[in-house]
Structures are given as C-alpha cells and as structure tokens.
Design a binder for this molecule. Structure first.
Ligand code: PNS
Length: 158
C-alpha cells in the first residue's frame, strides 16, 4: 500500500491546500494530512481547530485522514509507514524553500520521495498568510477557503 503525507501548518486550510489534498489522494492509496503542532510560527488557530477545519473539508475523501504531528516530518513518515510527501508549488518563489526541504528530508530518510504538484492557477495567489490578514481586518475570505469550513472559521474567530 502506498501511503503519502501532505504536511503543513494549515493555519487555516485554503482552497489551494484542498486542491493539492484532493489530487494527492488520487496518487496514493492512503493520504495523511499531517498538521504541524509545534511550529515556530504563532498560529491564529489551535491545532485542534486546524484539524477540525481539515476534517470537515476532506470528509468526502474516503482515503484521507487528518493527524497532528510534532518533531521531524521524516519521523512522522516512518511512524505512519509513509514513503511519499506531497507538496504544492504555487510559483517559482516557493521552489527554493521546497527544494531545500525535500533534499534535507531525503538526506535524513533516503527511502522517501517528495512529489510536487503545481497549484491550480486559480488558487496560485492564495496562502494562509493572506487569509489570516483578511480575517484580522474583518474581510471576506469566502474566495480563499473551502465553503464547508467558512462558517467554522468565523466561529473560531469570535
Ligand atoms: O505549511 P508550511 O508551514 O509551509 O509547512 C512546513 C512543514 C510543516 C512542511 C515543515 O516546516 C516541516 O516539515 N516541519 C517539521 C520539522 C521538519 O521536519 N523540518 C524539516 C527538516 S529539515
């Protein structure tokens, strides 16, 4: 069985993330969305809230599971018997960081591979950072996040 992981902070999940998760779920037999717990970034949403949003957004994808992880991604892969990491590339500006991450991970765990999926062009400008900024200024994030999670996001912000 081919097990893949889409790792990230998902603070919060965006339409771009969901696109990568949906397409990733067709590449592997089981796809785990790994939500980083101990990020150095101060998150807007707790890990429990981020997981709730992701579970709701992916409830129609039977081979997708959402789990928290802390520490090294490669240790999470080993724990889950996963060998594939799937990441989205929005633009060339993402590439340098993603290449570094992929190479560092592979030197720590040579049995793994990173698969890059190019983001759907209609979502290429969307990021969690933009969503948080719009939310902070009480703007409408309806074009940026999954419709199924929109209400929950506003509830969490109250
Ligand atoms: O959505 P993000 O914040 O860009 O995701 C970054 C993530 C979670 C994939 C990355 O920070 C990560 O894997 N962190 C776990 C610690 C780790 O394994 N670091 C890389 C080893 S060099």
């Amino acid at each position: 069985m081919r097990i893949g992981v889409v790792p990230g902070s998902f603070d919060p999940v965006t339409l771009g993330h969901l696109d990568i998760i949906e397409r990733g779920s067709r590449i592997v037999d089981r796809l785990i969305v790994g939500v980083l717990e101990n990020s150095s970034k101060q998150p807007m949403f707790t890990v429990e809230q981020r997981i709730m949003l992701l579970k709701k957004a992916t409830e129609n994808l039977p081979n997708v599971e959402v789990l928290p992880f802390s520490g090294l991604l490669v240790d999470f892969l080993k724990e889950q018997h996963a060998t594939e990491v799937i990441r989205g590339l929005r633009a060339v500006t993402d590439f340098e960081y993603e290449l570094q991450l992929a190479q560092a991970n592979r030197s720590l765990y040579p049995e793994m591979e990173t698969i890059f999926l190019t983001t759907n062009v209609s979502y290429s400008y969307i990021s969690s950072t933009i969503v948080k900024d719009v939310l902070k200024h009480n703007g409408d994030v309806g074009h940026f996040v999954p419709a199924s999670t929109l209400e929950m996001i506003y509830q969490f912000r109250r």
